[in-house]
Ligand binder design. Structure first.
Ligand code: NAD
Length: 388
């Protein structure tokens, strides 16, 4: 009943053992997550190529040197072109702000490097298409950091659906809310500028929800949407005045999947109290499954099989029977964290580079997810249903 069970397949393969030189661009939130993943994945997974932490880039050089020392990289530079052209670098991790992904990824692909880039691919569908086309043409492997679809709880939900536990999917509803832009006094940053961030809540958060909706119920065919900017200006960091917030704080869409199921997606970056409520529920003809990233080690499953007095939800806590949880810990219920998802993602990518399997989600998969967030913005602007 589901065609898109690709997220957990590549992790199953045994791969040739070899070293891969890693070049990391950016050392902020995601740069650190990538560095931690490359530093730990061999110890956690065992059966992977060995990442060699070769060259790290940030600006200024003093910061690059400091972070190379902290993360254990052999060398540092403040020139990202030196990373993509370095002969000892096989894999380039791009963890810079969104507007830099296009140029960096295209240069890395042209230099024959495998590319592990943070989401979203870029600012527009046209740019994302250019990146996906370049990757396909060159034959290098690519991975986009959609972290949450690597969660053993998520892949277990996919398996339950594939096994028919909740029957045919009829309805999917998802939310992804945070409150990092809820405070009107928060200073203006690049995230509010279309030429640097692209979309707002949709590009930052909504695309994650789409990646999960896609993995649970398949491709989205059409949608009608609305969006709003709650805080239209923000104070400049230096106190010299206010600057315009150019992109959306919230967006909501009514969606139709290719398989005929309906649903809704909603996102806000200004939802007080929500820290990472990437949550969804999928309804089938025999039951339902609920997930919430704020309780990322749990699934709630309802199966309409018990007699009337015993009906209710079952809480499944992830454990060794939900791969690759056992690689981290032999005991159920001890819980994985966000950075562990990056270890799973980075390990899968290195195995896919060393083996024959295509990596997922690659630039082509990400393009499909990101067409949806741009369609939501297009529909919100035009007020009409948009086909994807
Ligand atoms: P950040 O601001 O914390 O880090 C960005 C880093 O890039 C900084 O170290 C900065 O100095 C560096 N940088 C900027 N320009 C550079 C240049 N020209 N050369 C070298 N380094 C440069 O940002 P972040 O939160 O880590 O976000 C980065 C990317 O990761 C964004 O695309 C964002 O959407 C994505 N992201 C993904 C997730 C996820 O869950 N997968 C979470 C957060 C952010």
């Amino acid at each position: 009943c589901i065609e898109y069970i690709f997220y957990f397949e590549s992790e199953q393969e045994s791969t040739e053992m070899r070293e891969l030189g890693i070049g990391l661009i950016g050392t902020g939130f995601m740069g650190k997550a990538h560095a931690l993943a490359f530093g730990a994945l061999k110890a956690v997974m065992g059966d992977t190529p060995t990442p060699r932490l070769e060259l790290l880039c940030d600006t200024p050089l003093k910061q690059a040197n400091k972070m190379a020392n902290q993360f254990g990289f052999a060398r540092a530079t403040d020139d990202w072109k030196a990373v993509v052209n370095d002969p000892r670098v096989d894999v380039v991790s791009i963890t810079t702000p969104n507007h830099l992904h296009l140029e960096m990824a295209l240069a890395a692909i042209a230099a024959g490097k495998h590319v592990y880039c943070e989401k979203p691919l870029s600012l527009t569908v046209a740019q994302a298409q250019e990146m996906a086309d370049a990757a396909v043409k060159s034959g290098v492997k690519t991975m986009i950091g959609y972290s949450y679809i690597k969660n053993p709880a998520f892949t277990h939900a996919q398996r339950l659906i594939a096994d028919g536990v909740i029957g045919d999917i009829v309805h999917f509803r998802g939310w992804v809310d945070e409150d990092y832009q809820a405070d009107p006094d928060l200073p203006w940053t690049w995230r509010a500028k279309i030429s640097e961030a692209g979309l707002g809540a949709l590009g930052d958060l909504g695309c994650h929800l789409v990646s999960m909706a896609y993995g649970i119920a398949g491709p989205i065919d059409s949608l009608i949407a609305d969006m709003q900017t709650i805080h239209k200006t923000r104070p400049l960091m230096d106190g010299s005045g206010q600057a315009e917030v150019e992109n959306e704080d919230t967006a909501s869409a009514l969606i139709r999947f290719s398989n005929g199921a309906h649903g809704s997606l909603s996102t806000s970056r200004s939802a007080w109290g929500r820290k990472n409520r990437l949550a969804w529920e999928v309804h089938g003809t025999k039951g339902m499954i609920c997930f919430d990233q704020e309780r990322m080690n749990e699934l709630q499953v309802y199966r309409h099989t018990n007699e009337a007095g015993l009906q209710g939800f079952q809480t499944i806590l992830t454990g060794p029977e939900h791969p690759p949880y056992a690689d981290f810990c032999p005991a159920a219920g001890h819980q994985l964290g966000f950075n562990d998802l990056k270890i799973i993602e980075a390990a899968a990518f290195l195995r896919d580079i060393a083996g024959d399997a295509a990596a997922h989600p690659d630039f082509t998969d990400a393009l499909e997810f990101e067409k949806v967030i741009h369609a939501i913005a297009d529909s919100a602007r035009s007020g009409v249903r948009v086909s994807i």
